[in-house]
Structures are given as structure tokens and as C-alpha cells.
Design a protein around this ligand. Structure first.
Ligand code: UGA
Length: 429
């Protein structure tokens, strides 16, 4: 089918590329000229495992192209996906201005029947607003349908998630667009759930909030584990063996971050407030998440006594492994807070150093992870990159002022670290 995707961020670019990979003709549109130029030249604006190869392959095959013109995208496609940012406003509600703007531009360019599909994470009832906007701004009296098709991919495994989804959710106002939307997703062999638009929109906010709740739940358990000598990993393993609970998203950590969970929680709390419901449960999820970072910082200050003037190594800057995204990264927050207490930082991330340079000042960026601990009073692990498990611990113990490691991601075995002579503090163990 002929498709266009408006917005080439993590969701838009992966969506467009993967839809091309299964045989559709896709135009990816973005108003960022530099980004589109880069993509046309074969460059990549983000790091996402496997994405670059797929972009190259599908561009070469003529199925994937890039443009800065929404009109060009709309006129040359039957189905238009909206995948633009929905950032938070200061009060936690969602800034809908990008969605509204591209909807207006799509409406003005529509010259025949189109299906306009929202893929961005939006408040319930956005579909109604999109339809209303199209009716108001379309120049030709063409027919159209609006649909909601929330995306569940995770950064760091976005291509894998998109190509092998647990489910496809399609929210519609009428049955007319359903066959076309089912055809688009047929190659993925995943269950397709067709709902009304409001339910589809709610599925996304409800899912992300539930996953964040799972993380805060295990982080709360980690507090009890630390107080009682239990091991949070064992507890999570034991809980996770119950199929009703599942092991995923039960990794205790220094807290969740990224461009989705924190923003979506705030938005969902606000949406609930607007319909008269106090979603206190989700406020508690936020509180536990903030507390988890506070507790981690306290562990560092309690151990080091004085942080001012100490050199601390930080492994990991991205908000999670396998991405270069540092937006709302707990690792970056940790760096800022340690700097606030006067620490001198040596930092490393396998992929996120370049993006981190924009938000981290007065730190030493170290290219070799094994050189990070050299001369440090303590080492902190802030992101769960697999390569950190291969850290040269012998060298670290020799070159550190004191062999102290704070592991915010539980990458190492506490008994083994003690045997190697480290003062080792992790989460909930
Ligand atoms: C999340 C959802 O998992 C996706 O399904 C959704 O599509 C996406 O948001 C979105 O709305 O666009 P993402 O934020 O990319 O995906 O990454 P996650 O893997 O969910 O991780 C989020 C944060 O939680 C990270 O900081 C991660 O380190 C942390 N986390 C995750 C934990 O602390 N413990 C866990 O067990 C799992």
C-alpha cells in the first residue's frame, strides 16, 4: 500500500522503515530539513539496533523515501500515520500543538479519500478532535476516516518490537478503514484488536502506566529487601514465574526514565483529573520513582561521607541500554546531582556520549570504559548496557583510589564483588 508517516522520531522512523520492509511504499516526512537531508544521504539521526541496515535496504529498493513536504506525503499515499511528538506542558498535560498543526496541514493537502491514523501517544478523545479538525480545514470535500493505532515499541529494541508485536491495536469510528489497516499489518502475523478510538487511545496510556507501576512496585519491594536482607532479584524471579504476573519489568533500578513513562504518567494523571478521578495510585508510582533516585544518591553520600572534591566514574548515560537517547535519563539526573554536591565526573556510554555532551557540562568523557575507574573514589553504574558486565574489574580495583562501586542496575553478583575486594552496593540486595 502507499503510506506516509509524518514525523521521523524514534516511533515515526522505525514505523516507516518497518512498514517498507514488509513491502509497502512509504514516504517519511519531517519538517526538520537537516534530518531529512541526513536520511536522504544515508545518515542516521538516532541509534537503534538494526535500523540503519533496514533504512539503507528499503531506500535502495525504492520503497522508502524522505521528504519535508506533508503535501507530497499526503497526495502520494492512501493512509497517513501521524507520529509527531506529544511533549508535556509544565502542568503535566500534553502539548497537542504538533498534532494539531500536522492535522491541519494534512487536511489542506487531502485530494481524495484518506485514512488518517494517529500513532503518537495522545489523550483519550484526540481522535474526535483530529476528525473535527480535518472537517474544518480540508480544502476539497473529500471523504476520510480517522483511526488510532498506538505503538508499543521500546527504544533499544524498536525494530525487533515493531517486526514482532504482541498485538496490533486499531481504534476506529466506523468499519470502513478496517480492511485497509488490517492489510497493512497482515505481514506481521500478530493478533489485531479492533476497538473504538477512545479505547485504543486509553490502551496506550493504561499500558505504559501499568509497566511503570510494575517497576515502582519492584523498587518499593527493593526497599523492604534492603531492610531485611532479602534479595530483590530472587523475589522478582519468584514472582515472575507466576504467569499472571510475568518477570518482565520487574528489574529493580535507580528508577525509570526516558521520553515515555514519566511524561505518560503525568498525562494520564491529568486526564483522570479532568474526568474527576484522582489517580492517586499513579501519583504513588511517581513518588516511588523519585524516592528510588534519592535513596541511591543517599547510598553514595552515606558511603563517601563527603562527595565534594571526590572523583566519581559513571558508566552509562542513556536512559536504558541499546539507545543513544539521553532524554529524561536517570543517569544524567544522577550526574547533575553528584555535580551539585561538588563531585568531579568521568563518564562513559557506548552510544550516548555525543548526545550527552549537549546536557552534561564540565565532565571528562572517557572513550574506553575500562579507563573510567582510573583515579576514581567511586564508580557508579547507571545504565544496564551488557558490555559493562565485561568491565575489567581487576584493573578497576588496582586503579581506583578506593574500590567502591554503586550499581544502580544490579549488573554484578554481590558475593563475587566482595570476593574481588570491592565495597559493592546495589539495589535491593
Ligand atoms: C516504553 C514502553 O515499554 C513501550 O511499550 C512504549 O511503546 C514506549 O515506552 C513509548 O511509549 O513510546 P521505552 O521508554 O522506550 O518504552 O523503554 P522501556 O524499556 O519501557 O524502559 C523505560 C524505563 O524503565 C528505562 O529507564 C528502563 O531502564 C526502566 N526499566 C525498565 C526499569 O527500571 N526496570 C525494568 O524492569 C524495566
Amino acid at each position: 500500500m502507499r503510506l506516509s508517516v509524518i514525523g521521523t522520531g524514534y516511533v515515526g522512523l522505525v514505523t516507516g522503515t518497518c512498514l517498507a520492509e514488509v513491502g509497502h511504499n512509504v514516504i517519511c516526512v519531517d519538517n526538520d530539513e537537516a534530518k531529512i537531508e541526513l536520511l536522504k544521504r544515508g545518515g542516521m539521526p538516532i541509534y537503534e539496533p538494526g535500523l540503519e541496515e533496514l533504512v539503507k535496504k528499503n531506500t535502495a529498493a525504492g520503497r522508502l523515501s524522505f521528504s519535508t513536504s506533508i503535501a507530497e506525503g499526503v497526495r502520494n499515499s492512501d493512509v497517513i500515520f501521524i507520529a509527531v511528538p506529544t511533549p508535556p506542558l509544565p502542568d503535566g498535560s500534553v502539548d497537542m500543538s504538533f498534532i494539531e498543526k500536522v492535522t491541519r496541514e494534512i487536511s489542506a493537502a487531502m485530494d481524495s479519500y484518506k485514512i488518517v491514523v494517529d500513532k503518537s501517544t495522545v489523550p483519550v478523545k484526540t481522535g474526535e478532535k483530529v476528525a473535527e479538525t480535518i472537517r474544518r480545514f480540508r480544502k476539497a470535500q473529500v471523504e476520510f476516516d480517522v483511526a488510532s493505532n498506538p505503538e508499543f515499541l521500546r527504544e533499544g529494541s524498536a525494530v525487533e518490537d515493531f517486526m514482532h508485536p504482541d498485538r496490533i491495536v486499531i481504534g476506529v469510528q466506523s468499519q470502513r478503514p478496517v480492511p485497509a489497516l488490517k492489510e497493512i499489518y497482515a505481514p506481521f502475523n500478530a493478533p489485531i484488536l479492533v476497538t473504538d478510538i477512545n479505547s485504543a487511545e486509553l490502551i496506550k496510556h493504561a499500558s505504559n502506566s501499568f509497566l511503570a507501576l510494575k517497576i515502582s512496585y519492584i523498587n518499593a519491594i527493593s526497599v523492604i529487601c534492603e531492610a531485611t536482607g532479602a534479595n530483590v532479584v530472587e523475589v522478582a524471579n519468584g514472582m515472575g514465574m507466576d504467569k499472571r504476573i510475568g518477570r518482565a519489568f520487574l528489574d529493580a533500578s535507580l528508577g525509570f526514565g526516558g521520553s515515555c513513562f514519566p511524561k505518560d504518567l503525568s498525562a494520564f494523571i491529568k486526564i483522570a483529573e479532568q474526568v474527576g478521578y484522582d489517580f492517586a495510585l499513579l501519583k504513588e508510582v511517581q513518588r516511588i520513582n523519585a524516592m528510588q533516585m534519592d535513596r541511591f544518591i543517599k547510598k553514595i553520600t552515606d558511603t563517601l561521607w563527603v562527595v565534594k572534591g571526590k572523583t566519581i566514574g559513571v558508566l552509562g548515560l542513556a536512559f536504558k541500554k541499546n539507545t543513544d537517547d539521553v532524554r529524561v535519563s536517570p543517569a544524567i539526573e544522577l550526574c547533575h546531582r553528584l555535580q551539585g554536591q561538588g563531585a568531579i565526573l568521568r563518564v562513559h556510554d557506548p552510544k550516548a556520549m555525543e548526545k550527552a555532551r549537549a546536557v552534561l557540562k564540565d565532565v571528562t568523557f572517557v572513550d574506553d570504559m575500562n579507563a573510567v575507574p582510573d583515579g576514581c573514589d567511586a564508580l557508579v553504574i547507571a545504565t544496564e548496557w551488557d558490555e559493562f558486565k565485561q568491565l575489567d574489574l581487576e584493573r578497576a580495583r588496582r586503579t581506583m583510589v578506593q574500590p567502591i562501586i554503586f550499581d544502580g542496575r544490579n549488573l554484578f553478583d554481590p558475593a563475587e564483588m566482595a570476593r574481588l575486594g570491592f565495597i559493592y552496593k546495589s539495589i535491593g540486595r
